[in-house]
Design a protein around this ligand. Structure first.
Ligand SMILES: [Zn+2]
Length: 250
């Protein structure tokens, strides 16, 4: 964790891969803190990199960027939006800094559904051709949420509440204060069939800002889900660091 180490330590070690966790600052139903996406990113990055480091992988976790794309939630007080265009500048500066120092591999570990770095990565990568830049949305590392959770919501629901009960239970409100995360969807049939996407105006689709019912969230469910994600991520870091940038295809 870069925020914890000093120049003496940095000087004496080598770093083959950097992780840039990227969160958001937004409401998460009544029960979870505004920093939920940052807390999740911090935890998942630290723990997964820790497993990898203990297996000899030279990975460094950069400080989590706390602001995400929240353009559809600005009517909720203290939601802080960072536009995609700003994010692109931030990402480019991070890549440029690392590239100049010879650290040529970077994974953006994204923890917020409104963030999407793919197009930025396409653009930046064309200017840094010997640099490996990729994105992982940690919440899809385990794609089959229904293997872990009963109500597959997508924001401050059973999954995120279970995870936060693991990471920082004192910051989760008592259960009698949880909202039900009921939400509305776009009317169009194409959305139901999954081929139309449009952003959601948050206060029009959810009363409590949650999407998905957290009611059946438990520490045990969160632990099982997290454990699986951490191991897969640690393995990815190992594979990336063991592979030369000019030899990444098979
Ligand atoms: Zn979240």
């Amino acid at each position: 964790m870069l925020k914890e180490i000093n120049w003496k330590y940095v000087k004496e070690n080598r770093y083959d891969l950097a992780i840039l966790p990227w969160g958001a600052t937004e409401a998460h139903n009544y029960q979870l803190p505004f920093g939920t996406d940052v807390i999740e990113c911090d935890y998942i990055a630290e723990e997964s990199a820790g497993i990898a480091w203990n297996n000899g992988v030279k990975v460094i976790v950069l400080p989590t960027i706390p602001f995400g794309v929240n353009t559809q939630q600005l009517d909720i007080p203290l939601t802080i939006n960072m536009n995609p265009s700003t994010q692109a500048f931030v990402l480019r500066d991070v890549v440029d800094s690392l590239n100049g120092q010879g650290i040529k591999k970077l994974i953006v570990l994204n923890g917020h559904g409104g963030n999407d770095f793919k197009q930025m990565i396409r653009e930046i990568s064309s200017d840094y051709t010997d640099f490996f830049l990729g994105q992982v949305n940690w919440y899809v590392v385990e794609k089959n949420w229904s293997d872990f959770f009963e109500d597959v919501g997508d924001h401050a629901g059973e999954m995120e509440t279970s995870i936060m009960l693991n990471i920082i239970p004192d910051w989760v409100l008592p259960k009698d204060q949880w909202g039900d995360g009921a939400s509305k969807k776009l009317k169009f049939k194409a959305r139901e069939e999954g081929w139309l996407w449009a952003p959601r105006e948050w206060t029009k689709v959810s009363n409590d800002t949650g999407i998905g019912n957290p009611e059946k969230a438990t520490v045990e469910k969160g632990e099982k889900f997290l454990y699986s994600i951490l191991l897969k991520l640690a393995n990815l870091y190992k594979e990336i660091t063991e592979t030369r940038i000019d030899d990444i295809y098979e």
